[in-house]
Design a protein around this ligand. Structure first.
Ligand SMILES: Nc1nc2c(c(=O)[nH]1)N[C@H]1C(S)=C(S)[C@@H](COP(=O)(O)OP(=O)(O)OC[C@H]3O[C@@H](n4cnc5c(=O)[nH]c(N)nc54)[C@H](O)[C@@H]3O)O[C@H]1N2
Ligand SMILES: Nc1nc2c(c(=O)[nH]1)N[C@H]1C(S)=C(S)[C@@H](COP(=O)(O)OP(=O)(O)OC[C@H]3O[C@@H](n4cnc5c(=O)[nH]c(N)nc54)[C@H](O)[C@@H]3O)O[C@H]1N2
Ligand code: SF4
Ligand SMILES: [Mo]
Length: 694
């Protein structure tokens, strides 16, 4: 066999960048970013480049497994695919006939390929699909919906044409999306100014013209003050506000008390800096992006932070503007037909969701749901019992606070299925593991890439699986065939692609050349002209009517953040360039480069405590504590400590990662009950931790 190039999609994190893979003699040899994809230009991040190390690693589930001992004991019986799928299907059928389809919950990572899992759960007769969003971006998503009537996916951050970008709680150059990194670099090279607002100096802050080290958790106060200055000094875009903002008078009243001087002590940011930033933005408007945040499951007011960020953009007229938060066209805007949805193979399920979304919480979006509330239902059987749970490429026990408490909720399940390509705390608790092929060994369904030039793209199989694993569509089809869901019981990926592409003018072969097909030749700025927003007023709503009906202020007054007592710090968390959440810490190559997480601690504070750089300290909260190495720096706010999420793995099957670093989620006491009632997301940083010298 000779060599070939396969165009595919990275799976080392949920961003899913386009890649091209050199395959020799049926084995992947080299991965790079897709050279034909605009915005990628061959680039890949360190994790994407470590895909081959993951592929060649034997420390991943290699065959189907059925639990033998107690949950979590790690005693497995090797099974054939027929045995494992029969087992899972029989248990699902038993749950379905005893409790109805609604007793089945499925969660996954959401994103462009979720139509498959959504189709499966709908076919099973359950409304209970949830994504990971309630621990990720849901506050920002609900902020967009409450203001614009559409979700954030309709907006494109037009960095390349921007004149001033503000990144607030965003670390673009370490918490990576390759396209976004390239676009922002292009913008900066073209003279765009960058302001970074963070509790610590990140790599991104290192590239900024202005870095504001904010007191953790006080961003909403800052944003109110920015709006105060824009309005008082009449620096806002009056025409845009007149045409598009509903409730401007309410906004004037809301921001009145928050002068720059009034928030200076609370935020730690000098009044003069706040004024200067507002003035700079006004002079660059409308080619301005004030980023509303990505990982926004942080505070009880994170929804307000994102909303106020969007409103700053509205005041600057940058919503829908070139160089701002441009509007991404839908295929229909381009006169093109969209993909046929697999979910439409089945009728919508007419049942209340277990998480209360859509009926108890009518303001929230039904699609991704709120997983932590589904777990409450699992624990209490209110509004009804959840008896089977399919965790699909998702590690909720690693990604939620209080995993012990979650495990107790799982005790109410008759069946816990884990579909996964790597080991995880959740897989270890499963009754049956359906091992997924790694992303290089499987294909995906076709998906829509949004943006100014939308495209359809697909993940192609680069090589055959090294182990007895299967692709998502094969697993979904295998379950569907056994559970009477004929429509989803596909035999080949081409059958699925043909269904999805019917009427679009494309065929499965259309993707061979580049891995994607573009729906437009030129970037299209859809713009605001002629748009009718799906909000009750048809405009951008300062106070959302939908939220008001539920008695929830969509932007309240700022509530001051408490100062941690002596020896305690606010726990702040995030990502690093070398790892993806929790699922790369055992990757041979990435582990070699970053085997453990460090605790960032302010230098001056540390010297008062007698702690030196590189010391191991105790970090504790409630019953949990761990020992972690400190990284001292003057560039972190003295009230905060910072650590990267995903470490502190305990599984014997992950020899490299086991026992290295500390798991941040164990330090989040009572964290399953702490959530932003207005935005829906968990409040992972409403937490103080104690730090002690060993
Ligand atoms: N304490 C705390 N909790 C957090 C966070 C935090 O910072 N601190 N961050 C939150 C955020 S932003 C998110 S998005 C969630 C993430 O939470 P998860 O989505 O649970 O995190 P991952 O580690 O990405 O888990 C994905 C799991 O899917 C499986 N998997 C199988 N195949 C693939 C594949 O091809 N690609 C990928 N990516 N995974 C595969 C692996 O088993 C892996 O364990 O956690 C959230 N929870
Ligand atoms: N390398 C890498 N890239 C990734 C991922 C990954 O795991 N690894 N995961 C992807 C996913 S799922 C997500 S959600 C995104 C997340 O992308 P981001 O949201 O940009 O990333 P984070 O690292 O979670 O947080 C960004 C910054 O918020 C800062 N911060 C913490 N508290 C505060 C505060 O109170 N105020 C302010 N102003 N700043 C604060 C942190 O110091 C951190 O630098 O990254 C994506 N890209
Ligand atoms: S950001 Fe990196 S790891 Fe994530 S999909 Fe893109 S290349 Fe892969
Ligand atoms: Mo995330």
């Amino acid at each position: 066999m000779s060599g070939k190039v396969v165009y595919s999609v990275c799976g080392m994190c949920s961003v899913r960048c386009p890649i091209q893979v050199d395959v020799e003699n049926g084995a992947c040899q080299f991965i790079q970013g897709n050279r034909q994809a605009a915005g990628i230009r061959g680039a890949l991040c360190a994790r994407g480049a470590s895909g081959i190390a993951m592929l060649r690693d034997d420390e991943r589930p290699q065959f189907p497994m059925i639990r033998k001992g107690e949950r979590g004991e790690g005693k497995w019986q090797k099974a054939t695919w027929d045995e494992a799928l029969d087992y899972a299907a029989q248990k699902l059928e038993a749950v379905r006939s005893a409790h109805g389809g609604r007793a089945i919950l499925l969660s996954d990572r959401g994103g462009p390929f979720a139509d498959l899992t959504q189709a499966l759960i709908r076919g099973l007769g359950s409304p209970n699909y949830c994504s990971n969003d309630s621990t990720c971006s849901v506050n920002m998503q609900h902020a967009a919906l409450s203001l614009f009537g559409f979700g954030e996916e309709r907006l494109t951050y037009d960095y390349k044409s921007a004149k001033h970008v503000v990144l607030q709680t965003r670390n673009v150059f370490e918490s990576i999306d390759v396209r976004e990194c390239n676009d922002l670099m292009d913008g900066l090279q073209g003279g765009c100014k960058l302001t970074v607002i963070d509790v610590r100096a990140t790599v991104t802050a290192g590239k900024a013209d202005r870095f504001l080290m904010i007191r953790p958790g006080t961003d909403y106060a800052l944003n109110l003050a920015i709006m105060h200055v824009l309005i008082k000094r009449e620096l806002y875009n009056k025409a845009f506000v007149h045409d598009w903002v509903h409730g401007f008078d309410e906004l004037i009243n809301l921001v009145e008390p928050y002068s720059p001087e009034a928030v200076e002590a609370e935020t730690g940011i000098a009044a003069a800096e706040i004024v200067a930033l507002a003035e700079d933005l006004a002079s660059a408007a409308p080619a301005v992006i004030w980023h509303p945040g990505w990982m926004t499951s942080r505070y009880n007011d994170s929804f307000y932070v994102s909303r106020s960020a969007f409103l700053i953009n509205a005041l600057l007229g940058s919503i829908g503007a070139k160089g701002g938060l441009a509007l991404a066209p839908d295929p229909a805007d381009l006169g093109r037909k969209g993909l046929n949805k697999l979910s439409d193979l089945f009728l919508a399920v007419d049942e209340k969701r277990a998480d209360g979304v859509g009926w108890k919480y009518p303001q929230f979006e039904g699609g991704p749901g709120l997983l932590h509330l589904a777990y409450q239902a699992m624990e209490t059987a209110d509004p009804y019992a959840l008896k089977a749970y399919i965790a699909w490429q998702h590690d909720p026990l690693g990604a939620h606070p209080e995993p012990g408490k979650l495990q107790q909720a799982f005790a109410n399940l008759d069946l816990l299925v884990c579909v996964t390509s790597s080991w995880s705390a959740t897989a270890w608790q499963a009754d049956v593991i359906l091992p997924l092929s790694s992303y290089l060994e499987r294909e995906s369904i076709v998906a829509l890439q949004r943006g100014l030039k939308p495209s359809f793209f697909v993940r192609q199989r680069c090589q055959e699986p090294r182990f007895d694993t299967k692709a998502d569509w094969e697993i979904a089809s295998g379950l569907a065939a056994r559970l009477g869901l004929k429509a989803l019981a596909y035999q080949t990926p081409e059958d699925i692609w043909n269904y999805q592409l019917e009427g679009t003018g494309y065929r499965p072969e259309s993707f061979e050349e580049k891995g994607f097909v573009e729906l437009a030749n030129q970037p299209l700025y859809a713009g605001m002209a002629g748009l009718k927003l799906a909000t009750p007023s048809g405009k951008i709503e300062v106070a959302s009517e939908k939220w008001r009906r539920e008695g929830i202020p969509s932007m309240g007054p700022y509530a001051a953040k408490p100062v941690p007592p002596n020896g305690f710090f606010r726990l702040t968390i995030g990502r690093c360039s070398l790892h993806s959440q929790g699922h790369t810490v055992n990757n041979p190559r990435l582990h070699a480069q970053m085997p453990e997480n460090l605790l960032w601690l302010n230098q001056a504070v540390a010297s008062r405590m007698g702690i030196e750089d590189g010391d191991r300290v105790v970090i504790a909260s409630g019953a949990h504590s761990g020992k972690i190495k400190v990284r001292l720096t003057e560039f972190i706010h003295p009230e905060a400590v910072f650590m990267v999420h995903g470490f502190g793995r305990e599984l014997p099957v992950e020899s490299r990662a086991k026992g290295q670093g500390v798991a941040d989620n164990l330090l989040m006491e009572g964290g399953l009950e702490k959530w932003d009632r207005a935005g829906g997301g968990l409040s992972l940083q409403e937490q103080f931790v104690e730090v002690r010298k060993v």
